[in-house]
Write a protein that binds this ligand. Structure first.
Ligand SMILES: *Cc1c(COP(=O)(O)O)cnc(C)c1O
Length: 606
């Protein structure tokens, strides 16, 4: 669901509201309105579409404003006829959208819309007030139950925060609501928006309802539903743009594919086994398979991605590799592939994490990497990320930034998911061999940023017969204040250059996450997962530290496999859900537990 903030008037206020990245901002070009706009248009982020609102204006006046203010859409709020709309459409072309507004109440005859179907792109439904628009009279949603069309529409009319909570109800219907339009209830005075209130709605707006034909994969603009994109500082634009233009082309080249696959086979040890866990299956009375990413070189799935990205970096002619790391797992995977390729490697790591993760720091050093401490802020992952980004801005020509999860600005989430998609590609072939069918009934994976889950889901995303289960870290409990369960606690926000679900305070400060497993201790999830959650395609379950630790022990004793604590979270789903005896359940065992031995020792007093 998109957001339009309408009735903008004052330049400074326009800039402030623009920084919240609504999808549309409306400017009223009707002199009788208290929100009449006649000022200077400040520069706005490119993702925002500027809508000109007119009441019975002439087409020449409309054309003049389009030209002067670079408008992307026209909202007609008077008694404009079908003929007028058609004529205007011919004059402005198809790139500029026409939104035809109608005031509706319970007597509204929806048959009126029929002739407008072909001459406008969207409808907007407003309440009947004395003056068009911004009258603060609240819309009664029930009148829309007779809506006969499939044309997407804007919902307007006295929408305040309370109405937005109530919106969740009508979102469950199949009405093609394109956007909500807010105005007078978010103002200090006519035309002056209350930025704090606008921020609340920008962060809390109800999520997009899935339409049946939608793909769960990324679209050409870098979005999964409404999540994703590339929200980056101007200075990073050339680097990210270079990558965006090149990544699909380069990774599709036969020589790239050949080199990638050869390294996955001989260096990483792929394909990793799909192991039928017999004792576990008997105990839970269902068929449980484990995808053994724990057997990858360096002990987890992360190397699939770093191999892919280092090959890409080489083809882009980069000689210097940077990365950020929290617990050190991604740092080690990056240092490993840099050693393999003989490239310089600098890993940024929070000063606190350097102290906490001494063995991984030592590994990186042995592999020839330089570990640079991040000394600012809380001196953890977030600060290391900031340092890495700063480095990249300063060294745009020779440096490549390897991101370690399905996060970051487009194209990173898609690129990382593609490199990890080898996991589900292998599951398909292996299941066909073992069970005579390619698709399981369930795929279960833990989610930190989301790369191992993205890889395990990838080839099943658009097959809804496969139930996807995402397991997040509840830490000490979702209500404890010490948690990393983003789907429960997160709201829409921007982190790491991507619009996604994010744990944050009401004024948008990122909340420190907590989990006993360093790999799940992240305040957001990647945009693919935010969309899987918002659309209901994946089921999200939160598992506490204690549940995960008990599973670390249980898997060790029952199957002879000591899992990474991250992966142990995924197994706890077996206690939370009931499966049928004939169900095929695949659990992605993302990594091995060697790195967690000290945590296991402390917890179980071993
Ligand atoms: C890093 C890590 C994770 C979490 O990262 P994702 O990108 O969500 O996969 C999970 N398991 C292991 C073993 C890890 O090292």
């Amino acid at each position: 669901m998109k957001l339009k903030i309408c009735g903008m008037k004052y330049p400074k206020n326009i800039t402030e509201v623009g920084s919240l990245l609504p999808d549309y901002m409306g400017f009223i070009f009707w002199e009788k309105s208290a929100r009449y706009f006649d000022g200077i248009m400040p520069d706005l982020p490119k993702s925002i579409q500027k809508v000109g609102v007119f009441v019975n204006a002439s087409s020449s006046e409309i054309l003049e404003k389009i030209e002067k203010y670079n408008l992307q859409a026209i909202q007609l709020h008077g008694q404009e006829s079908v003929e007028f709309c058609l004529d205007l459409k011919n004059k402005i072309g198809t790139k500029i959208k026409i939104i035809k507004a109608f005031s509706v109440n319970e007597d509204f005859d929806f048959a009126i819309l029929k002739p407008f179907e072909d001459v406008c792109d969207y409808y907007l439904f407003d309440t009947k007030g004395k003056l068009p628009g911004g009258n603060g009279i609240t819309f009664d949603w029930k009148v829309l139950k007779n809506y006969p069309s499939t044309k997407p529409f804007f919902l307007s009319g006295g929408i305040g925060l309370d109405e937005i909570s109530a919106l969740n109800e009508i979102l469950k219907t199949n009405l093609p609501i394109h956007a909500i339009d807010i105005n007078s209830k978010f103002e200090i005075e006519p035309g002056l928006k209350n930025v704090q209130l606008c921020r609340d709605v920008a962060l809390q707006r109800p999520y997009e309802i899935k339409n049946k034909n939608m793909s769960y994969n990324v679209n050409e603009k870098g979005y999964y539903g409404e999540f994703g994109g590339a929200y980056i500082p101007e200075m990073l634009y050339p680097n990210v743009e270079e990558l965006r233009q090149q990544y699909l082309k380069i990774t599709a080249e036969p020589e790239f594919q050949a080199e990638f696959n050869a390294l996955l086979k001989d260096y990483v040890g792929r394909p990793t086994p799909l192991y039928f866990a017999k004792r576990l299956s008997e105990k839970y009375n269902t068929k449980i398979y484990l995808k053994r990413e724990d057997l990858c070189h360096t002990g987890a799935h992360k190397i699939n991605n770093t191999i892919g990205q280092i090959l890409l970096a080489k083809r882009l002619g980069k000689t210097r590799i940077i990365a950020e790391t929290g617990a050190g797992q991604h740092g080690v995977a990056t240092a490993t592939v840099c050693a393999l390729m003989g490239l310089q490697c600098i890993v940024y790591m929070g000063e606190i994490d350097i102290k906490r993760q001494a063995p991984n720091v030592a590994r990186m050093k042995m592999l020839g990497a330089e570990v640079r401490p991040a000394l600012s802020g809380s001196r953890t992952l977030k600060d290391a990320t900031n340092e890495a980004i700063r480095d990249w801005i300063n060294n745009p020509v020779d440096t490549y930034y390897i991101i370690g999860s399905a996060v970051g600005p487009h194209p990173y989430p898609d690129m990382v998911s593609r490199f990890q998609s080898v996991i589900s590609q292998e599951i398909k072939a292996q299941l066909l061999e073992k069970e005579g069918r390619e698709n399981p009934d369930y795929v279960i994976a833990c989610v930190g940023g989301g790369s191992n889950a993205a890889g395990a889901y990838y080839h099943f995303l658009d097959d809804e017969k496969v139930t996807l289960i995402a397991v997040e870290a509840a830490g000490l409990g979702v209500d404890s204040g010490e948690s990393a369960a983003t789907s429960v606690l997160g709201k829409i926000g921007i982190i790491h250059g991507s619009k996604t679900l994010l744990m944050q305070t009401p004024d948008g400060q990122i909340t420190e996450p907590y989990s006993i497993s360093a790999g799940l201790d992240y305040p957001g999830v990647g945009p693919m997962h935010a969309n899987l959650f918002a659309t209901g395609r994946a089921k999200f379950i939160s598992i506490t530290d204690d549940q995960a630790m008990q599973w670390g022990l249980q898997l060790s004793k029952m199957e002879g496999i000591i899992p990474a604590i991250e992966s142990a979270h995924a197994f706890a789903v077996l206690d939370e859900m009931k499966f049928k005896p004939e169900d095929i359940v695949v659990i992605n065992l993302s990594g091995r537990g060697d790195k967690d031995l000290n945590t296991y020792i402390d917890y179980f007093k071993l």
